[in-house]
Design a protein around this ligand. Sequence first.
Ligand SMILES: Nc1ncnc2c1ncn2[C@@H]1O[C@H](COP(=O)(O)OP(=O)(O)OP(=O)(O)O)[C@@H](O)[C@H]1O
Length: 302
Amino acid sequence: MTQIEVQGLVKRYGDRTAVGGVDLSVRRGEIFGILGPNGAGKTTTVECIEGLRTPDSGTVRVCGLDPQTDSAELRHVLGAQLQESELPDKITVGEAMELYSSFYRDPADWRGLIADLGLTDRTRTQFRHLSGGQKQRLSIALAVIGNPRVAVLDELTTGLDPQSRRDTWDLIESVRDRGVTVLLVTHFMEEAERLCDRIAVIDSGRVVALDTTAGLVSTVGDRQRIGFRPSAPFDPGVLSALPEVFGVDRAEDRVTVTGTGDLLSAVVTELSRHGVSASDLRIDQPSLDDAFVALTGRSIDD
Ligand SMILES: Nc1ncnc2c1ncn2[C@@H]1O[C@H](COP(=O)(O)OP(=O)(O)OP(=O)(O)O)[C@@H](O)[C@H]1O
């Protein structure tokens, strides 16, 4: 069953088209990722879904509701994460949970929720004294306190250290495990790869691909990469000449070979024919990163 349906969404700011005809549909119970570089139109898209911006054209439905005309009802089915500035510095975690519970007709038990999020010992702590990771956890708690059917989480892990980021991933999974459909906006490949059931890749205001992570990666084809340290100098041309090999790169004492088919065995056999062995061997399968480059012609960080 579809929870979010977006068709032909267009949003302009003056003569700049931020979103130029986005179509996507999010199914119940999935973690759906919107992945794209800075300025791709991700936030504008989710703000139209949240009813915070009025589309220039196209339709948006969230659990059958039109965010423009059904905003009162939308509040009960869609949980959106707060911007940090929306909470007063001196409010405590407990007070914030109490206050936000009062906005909803069927709120979750907030004590249970913050226990799940590991914030119980911070109940009396003021917002300004929370760490970055704790603020993020509170923001997730407030996004789901109204027992929404859908939660929108936008750039949740930006600015967090790697450990807090991984902890936040566990929390996002726990939100989904509560039965909430999650729309996750991110420009981190690893995050999308690890969490999302399906991903819409957005570039320059358009969806350039929409699929499962495995489906997106398969667009790259059967491309592999092997890295190793050779035991002795050799002519890279002997590897480039192999039919399995697309390219050979050297950086300091390491060699990287890209190619297809039975690449590993072809490379190792050819090296041994020249009396060279390979140590520190690493084999990389195609990743979402490679898929992104194949789809957009550039890396997400460019
Ligand atoms: N209020 C605004 N007024 C004018 N232009 C805007 C406004 N908000 C966003 N834009 C422009 O619209 C485009 C899409 O922005 P948007 O914030 O939706 O992208 P994004 O993918 O979320 O990027 P980021 O990851 O940087 O937040 C960008 O070119 C941005 O500069």
